[in-house]
Design a protein around this ligand. Structure first.
Ligand SMILES: Cc1ncc(COP(=O)(O)O)c(C=O)c1O
Length: 297
């Protein structure tokens, strides 16, 4: 990806209902969303000019905002239409889509009852780097110090900006040690997910994945479970303890950005990406973009 800072890319950003030049899509430093993390966002990918599960993402944006106590002032249909129009105006085929909604500047304190809810959508170019051989080598994960909080402690079903504070800290710590990412445990000490993706394991041809009761039930996670079931592969959602990691042969992550990414190591545990990771990696690409998959074959 280009090393140009993100605030200096070209094109337009959809900002509170209008298409504005990219460099003019600015907010004031006294913005509630910046100081108090009163912001929710989405991460989506367009393949071949079509955003995968666009409506599901915009529905989740609405739900995330509701959980934080505010209403996105544009309907899901309006957000869908704005995204489709912006993708056309940007002229991208394969791209990343980032909608965000946040509380503005009218009040600056913990309470922000009358703050305007702002919404923006930005789209930047991001090719689907589908190189099966490269991906199948797998990535290495550290085990994070921070844990996903108890649902009684944080609104974990919301894709809320504040929940990413511990993800950035954990990912930075992992990268400092040479890892690609970190696996996070939850408040009970069970395996939860990576810092921006859900996690799956394989043992004896069966897939095991943690029950999403304190982290995001990813749209990709749900898609991959459906793809596995279509193949007749059994998927068990359950509590997984870190001690069990030694028993699994394969491991992979799922997410809109990560797609299906095989994992080769988590701390002291080694995995060998094999048939199930490869099958689901390929099935996922076929699902999101049949043309790209055909070109790669
Ligand atoms: C913390 C976290 N978990 C899981 C996911 C996967 O969600 P999805 O598949 O909906 O992109 C993401 C990405 O959005 C994430 O940031």
């Amino acid at each position: 990806m280009a090393s140009v800072p993100f605030d200096q890319l070209d094109g337009e950003i959809w900002f509170n209902g209008a298409f504005v030049p990219w460099k003019d899509a600015k907010i004031h430093v006294l913005t509630h969303g910046l100081h108090y993390a009163s912001a929710v966002f989405e991460g989506e990918r367009a393949y071949g000019g079509r955003v995968f599960k666009l409506t599901e993402h915009n529905q989740r944006l609405h739900t995330s905002a509701q959980i934080l106590g505010f209403k996105v002032p544009y309907s899901v249909a309006e957000l869908d239409a704005a995204t489709i129009e912006l993708l056309k105006r940007q002229g991208f085929s394969d791209a990343y889509v980032r909608p965000i909604a946040w509380r503005g500047s009218e009040m600056m304190g913990v309470s922000a009852q009358s703050n305007r809810i702002n919404v923006a959508i930005a789209i930047w170019q991001w090719g689907s780097y589908f190189n099966p051989a490269e991906k199948l080598k797998g990535i290495r994960l550290d085990i994070a110090e921070y844990r996903r909080p108890d649902p009684k402690t944080a609104p974990c079903a919301s894709k809320a900006a504040g929940l990413y504070m511990i993800c950035t800290i954990s990912k930075h710590a992992a990268e400092a040690k040479g890892y690609a990412d970190a696996m996070m445990l939850d408040y009970r000490g069970q395996v939860a997910e990576a810092t921006g993706a859900n996690i799956f394991f394989v043992k004896d041809g069966v897939i095991h994945t943690p029950t999403p009761d304190c982290f995001l039930n990813g749209i990709t996670r749900q898609t991959v479970i459906e793809l596995a079931k279509r193949r007749g592969i059994e998927v068990i959602e359950r509590a997984i303890m870190p001690e069990e990691l030694a028993d699994f042969s394969e491991c992979f992550l799922t997410g809109s950005a990560a797609e299906v990414t095989p994992v080769s190591e988590i701390g002291p545990h080694k995995f060998t990406p094999a048939t199930i990771s490869e099958t689901l990696m390929n099935d996922y690409i076929k699902e999101v973009c049949p043309a790209a998959a055909a070109a790669a074959e």
